[in-house]
Design a protein around this ligand. Structure first.
Ligand SMILES: [Zn+2]
Length: 443
């Protein structure tokens, strides 16, 4: 690892509130953190490495708040029966697929998608993993891929009751085991949450056990909430509560928990999410793809819910996802100029905020003391670029530009658009194709 790295002559975009644009400032990285932001001439050498960022914007590495690495191996799979509802999407595709995953599939799919994340400037990902017939050790195999690629990830196993009691127990134990491992090792690349599929696939008894174990290992929870109307209908019919209210009744919401989607939430649910300070991961591309509706980001934010941005495995390109979030919200609100700040805040404010809670130190922002997770993007601003205009540049221009350099924890992972980590991409892709072919045969 480079111990003293200087990045100079680029335009700095800080993210956070306010998102500032700094010209004439250099960044000094020491031992994985941003040690100084100051004019170049005021930072004395020597340096182990110097990067000239002329013609580039220098920004924090991007963060993905809801992801499923394992879905990489589904690309091009055309064998499933066409689905008419969200439940059929699960039955015909995802639950058929994840039951066939092996530990090798799990690790290789993570490696492939994490390399792609590096190329897109995404340095921190919160994953939600399922492989019901290869559970024990699955999070270690993903962790191995995370460590090998040099990014950061927060992992969990998605417990559900859909495959019987023994598999439920194995999933609960995998979460607890991995959380204990993370606490013991304190590897700054790895964090754990306690994963749950969704309220409609979990009995009260399982929610109770998860809550107790999660409290014991000291993690928040990561769970799909009210993604489709069917989640709400099943919970109301069987338990007399909405998914949000039911999770809350079991103590599963809270400042370290992530509720993915929150598309079909009532006003009372929104108040619960706000009161418990639960983070909502909005996934607009996935919601459109599954035709489940679009979360009301404007209403959620107005009522005090912290809404961030995930991709639900549709992409690792966060600037693509945020553009989609903007257009989807315009359609949702039937208003072409609403929601600009609410949507911008998801990626540039809320995701860094939640990641800092999970990791226990600041990341996702350019600030002295924050993690040195930094990307350089080729960009010559064709209109004035300053703190007033930066969000427009991010959405309409920088999102279309190329990531040149990706740095995570002070380590350069991509430079000059080439991966600098020891990995044979062609061999990895060949291995992935081989595993995918076998997986598709079993599907
Ligand atoms: Zn998901």
């Amino acid at each position: 690892m480079t111990s003293r790295l200087l990045i100079h002559s680029g335009t700095l975009i800080t993210f956070g509130t306010p998102c500032r644009v700094l010209e004439g400032m250099a960044l000094l990285v020491e031992d994985g953190r941003i040690a100084r932001i100051a004019p170049k001439e005021t930072i004395p050498g020597p340096f182990d490495k110097v990067i000239d960022a002329r013609g580039q914007v220098v920004m924090p590495g991007l963060l993905n708040a809801h992801m499923h690495f394992y879905s990489t191996l589904v690309r091009g799979l055309g064998k499933m029966t066409p689905s008419a509802t969200f439940q059929e999407v699960l039955d015909n595709l995802w639950w058929r697929l994840d039951r066939q995953l092996t530990l090798d599939d799990v690790e290789v799919s993570a490696q492939v998608v994490l390399l792609d994340a590096i190329r897109k400037g995404t340095t921190t990902l919160v994953d939600h993993h399922a492989s019901p017939f290869a559970i024990t050790g699955s999070l270690d195999r993903i962790a191995q891929a995370v460590q090998a690629t040099g990014v950061r990830a927060c992992l969990c196993y998605e417990v559900s009751d859909r495959d019987g009691a023994a598999i439920t127990t194995e999933g609960l134990e995998e979460n607890a085991r991995f959380a204990r491992r993370c606490q013991a090792e304190q590897d700054p690349q790895l964090r754990a949450l306690f994963g749950l599929h969704a309220a409609f696939t979990l009995s009260d008894a399982t929610l109770e056990r998860a809550a107790a174990l999660g409290r014991e290992v000291g993690t928040g929870f990561h769970v799909h909430v009210a993604e489709a109307a069917s989640d709400v209908a099943v919970n109301l019919e069987q338990y007399g509560l909405t998914p949000t209210a039911r999770l809350h009744a079991h103590g599963l919401l809270g400042p370290n928990s992530i509720a993915a989607h929150a598309v079909h939430v009532t006003d009372a649910d929104i108040d619960l999410l706000a009161a418990t300070d639960t983070f909502v991961a909005h996934n607009p591309q996935s919601n459109q793809n599954n035709a489940v509706g679009i979360a009301d980001v404007v209403k959620l934010a107005a009522r005090g819910v912290r809404v961030g941005l995930g991709t639900d495995a549709m992409t690792v390109n966060m600037l693509e996802e945020i553009r989609m979030a903007m257009w989807a919200q315009h359609l949702r609100q039937n208003h072409p100029s609403c929601a600009f700040m609410e949507v911008a805040n998801t990626l540039f404010v809320r995701n860094p905020e939640q990641a800092a809670r999970l990791w226990g130190f600041p990341l996702g922002t350019l600030a002295e003391g924050a993690a040195a997770d930094i990307i350089l993007v080729d960009y010559h601003a064709p209109t004035p670029l300053n703190s007033d205009t930066v969000l427009g540049h991010l959405l309409f221009g920088i999102s279309q530009a190329t990531v040149d350099t990706t740095i995570c924890a002070g380590r350069v992972l991509l430079e000059g658009k080439r991966l600098t980590i020891a990995v044979d991409e062609a061999a990895l892709a060949a291995k992935s194709r081989e595993l995918a072919t076998r997986l598709w045969e079993r599907f």
